[in-house]
Design a protein around this ligand. Structure first.
Ligand code: GLA
Length: 728
């Protein structure tokens, strides 16, 4: 078999990022968006006390979309994707001309599966696309290496999402009618349940290939499952473990393209959601297995994890693009995967965009760069940038638009509820955890928070709403009546602290422990937070100030993203400022098992200690029962009832100290087509997964000159292990 190494054609020296292409005038949006957009901008600008009148409302409006995030009525999974053989297939001309015609790549129909995944009309809001151009993005993360099966991050921001494919797909479900909600098929093209619901047989896409041309089969699935998910020495990125699919669950290969799950409880349909990004996205067994300690006795688990460093290019993917170039702190370049197994309804192999770039900057640069014309797509998730982003979009001739989605972004303070030694706290930490475990203490903290002010410090206007904790207001299961919001009341908070013996005995403004605990020293809570974004820095400072008003001393411990995550995962925290980047509190169905501490090692802020004991509080046990009952039933009324009760328990008990909730937005360069209105920054998953970037395209007349490696395809991975693009 020919290796794709020779495909790298005509790669010139890497130029500086090219100047922005001429801006195009924006499309006209449908009238409701225009009106809402104009009204909102006026409101926000006036809410910010700006003197500039909202005179620019008319030109602004088409550049700003607001959306409630309601799914499109009547859209069913099959309208988005299906598997089907089509009469003919095609690809970009330059691929046929320079690679197929020269015998360097098999013809496209031989590279595609027997029945490729076909994007239906509901997946193409602007119609089928044309080939060419590039999607320029920014990430604030950095690639650790390519072995995501063993836990390495590729730098977030959607880098991994562009290269990984998973058994099912849930991101685009925000488009699907709720009545028809079910994960989309993906690597698993179809599935059937046994009569008793204990077995699930899945057919894998047949004849699909990794980006290096190697067949994708059940061997990849089994290697991921047995040697990564179930191997206690390996923790895949996004944390899949046997708990993710139920203790005692078995998976077996029935053939090259057939697998069978055997579960301990009937019809666990929630696992179909877990099989999407990021819990069941197999890596390429043909390159991973030789490095795994079970098959390579010379290697340690650390060797396995680090066997594919970030400098090693062309790591095989099933995704639409392959990372072909990496310059540390500069850029990642991804080129189209010539073996990608998805097509449009006319048989054109996807993706439409030949290149994807990730410039390696800071998280706060994401908005700025789209506004400045240096990037094409970003999640607008920092409310402090909302006004500037909208103002920029309002300028005549602005090159980008802003599309706000539903209110699915939120921040909370999570308190470590383990009293059992998880994370090995010192005596101060243990004393604080004992307080975290008391309802009065948690209520006092929540009453100390002035959520309105916390929101106003981020952005004025109507964007931010107080968040009580529990399910978000955007969730279909949200029940306002069952939501207990504790209003800001510092003196009531002090009274509550005093009711559990915490009073200021030395007159320094902070409450002390009773004399027999820690010699009566000040109660001090350490709040772990990431300094990586302005939102988190300001929220952390706000929490400190409001806690002080109620007499509680908070010390900030800033630890940047990956370090903060490691501290939390190992239980080394009192409180952590958390962005909601999981989805259970919005969708409930996606990742429902995260709603409560369901297993000893699954929950974010309550896990078992060294002796394996999970010391659940009575209200947490109730939340576990409610969640289990929710997962076990399909009855809609029952599910609603269970979630109302969950909401009451979790907000009444202050399971988490909710702070603010707000809508995220997308910033999109106007030349990019096929972005559906209302795409959430996060709902069933991150925007990058929901957007189905493989169907984005740029109309010919608007194509830019931003591509850095035109005419090239990914090179060989295996032929020169130590380096990138060299010839074999
Ligand atoms: C980070 C970003 C999100 C999103 C995800 C994708 O968390 O903050 O906006 O891009 O990466 O993994």
């Amino acid at each position: 078999m020919r290796t794709p190494q020779d495909y790298c054609d005509g790669a010139g020296p890497l130029n500086a990022i090219q100047a922005a292409a001429p801006m195009t005038r924006c499309e006209q949006l449908p009238p409701p968006w225009r009106i809402l957009g104009a009204a909102l901008i006026a409101l926000v600008i006036s809410g910010c006390g700006e003197s500039e009148p909202a005179r620019s409302a008319t030109p602004i409006a088409p550049s700003v979309e607001l959306d409630t995030g309601r799914p499109v009525r009547g859209v069913r999974p099959a309208d988005l994707v299906r598997f089907q053989a089509l009469p003919a297939y095609s690809e970009p001309d330059w691929v046929t001309r320079n690679f197929v015609a020269k015998g360097r790549l098999p013809p496209v129909q031989e590279r595609l599966p027997r029945e490729p995944l076909v994007f239906g009309s509901a997946a193409m809001p602007d119609g089928q696309g044309v080939y060419g151009d590039v999607l320029r993005q920014i990430t604030g993360g950095r690639p650790e290496g390519w072995n995501y099966s063993a836990g390495q991050s590729q730098g977030w921001g959607g880098v991994d999402i562009g290269t990984m494919e998973c058994l099912t797909r849930t991101g685009p479900l925000f488009l699907v009618d709720r009545e028809a909600l079910e994960p989309l098929p993906n690597l698993a093209k179809a599935w059937t349940w046994s009569r008793d619901g204990l077995q699930l047989t899945m057919d894998l896409v047949e004849g699909a290939k990794w980006s290096d041309g190697h067949p994708f089969t059940s061997d990849d699935v089994m290697f991921y499952w047995l040697d990564n998910v179930l191997d206690p020495n390996v923790s895949p990125l996004n944390g899949a473990s046997d708990d993710s699919f139920g203790p005692g669950t078995k998976l077996e290969a029935l053939g090259r393209y057939k697998i069978r799950w055997t579960f301990k409880r009937p019809f666990p349909r929630d696992y179909l959601y877990q099989m999407a990004y990021g819990k069941f996205c197999p890596g390429p067994a043909h390159v991973l297995r030789p490095q795994h300690p079970r098959y390579n006795r010379a290697n340690s688990y650390q060797d396995y994890k680090q066997a594919f460093p970030a400098s090693r290019m062309n790591f095989p993917t099933m995704g639409a693009w392959v990372v072909t170039e990496y310059r540390p702190d500069d850029i990642l370049i991804l080129r189209r995967n010539p073996y990608f197994w998805k097509v449009d309804a006319s048989g054109r192999q996807l993706p439409y965009l030949d290149e994807m770039q990730y410039r390696l900057l800071g998280w706060n640069d994401r908005d700025v760069q789209v506004i400045a014309g240096g990037s094409d797509l970003a999640n607008l998730e920092s409310p402090a940038s909302f006004v500037e982003a909208m103002r920029g979009a309002a300028k005549p001739g602005a090159g980008y638009r802003v599309a706000f989605g539903p209110r699915t972004s939120a921040y909370s303070v999570l308190m470590n509820l383990s009293g059992n030694g998880w994370g090995e706290p010192d005596t101060r930490g243990q004393a604080l955890r004992n307080l975290n475990r008391q309802q009065a203490f948690r209520q006092a903290i929540t009453m100390a928070m002035d959520r309105k002010s916390l929101g106003q410090t981020q952005v004025g206007g109507p964007f931010i709403k107080p968040y009580a904790g529990g399910l978000l207001a955007s969730s279909p299961f949200y029940d306002a009546q069952a939501t207990r919001m504790f209003d800001h009341n510092p003196s009531a908070a002090r009274a509550l602290l005093s009711s559990i013996g915490l009073v200021d005995r030395d007159g320094d403004g902070y409450v002390n422990y009773p004399p027999d605990v820690l010699k009566g020293e000040n109660v001090t809570a350490i709040l772990t937070a990431s300094p990586d974004t302005i939102t988190e820095r300001t929220l952390a400072e706000g929490v400190l100030l409001f806690a002080r008003d109620a007499g509680l001393r908070v010390v900030l411990r800033f630890a940047s993203g990956p370090q903060r995550d490691a501290l939390v995962a190992s239980g080394q925290f009192d409180w952590v400022l958390a962005r909601h980047d999981t989805t259970e509190l919005t969708t409930v169905v996606q990742g429902a098992d995260a709603l409560a501490p369901m297993g000893p090692y699954t929950h974010k802020f309550h896990r078992a200690g060294p002796n394996g004991d999970l010391d659940l509080l009575p209200y947490e046990s109730e939340m576990v029962r409610l969640t289990k009952a929710f997962i076990a039933t399909d009855n809609k009324a029952k599910r609603r009832q269970l979630m109302s009760r969950y909401q009451l328990v979790s907000t009444e008990q202050v399971n988490a100290v909710g702070l603010i909730q707000f809508p995220g937005g997308l910033l999109i360069n106007k030349r990019i087509a096929n972005v559906p209105p209302g795409t959430p920054t996060i709902m069933f998953n991150w925007e990058e997964y929901a957007l189905m970037r493989e169907r984005l395209f740029v109309p010919k007349a608007r194509q830019s000159r931003h591509e850095l490696r035109p005419g090239t395809l990914p090179g060989c991975f295996a032929c020169r292990p130590s380096a990138g693009r060299g010839k074999p």
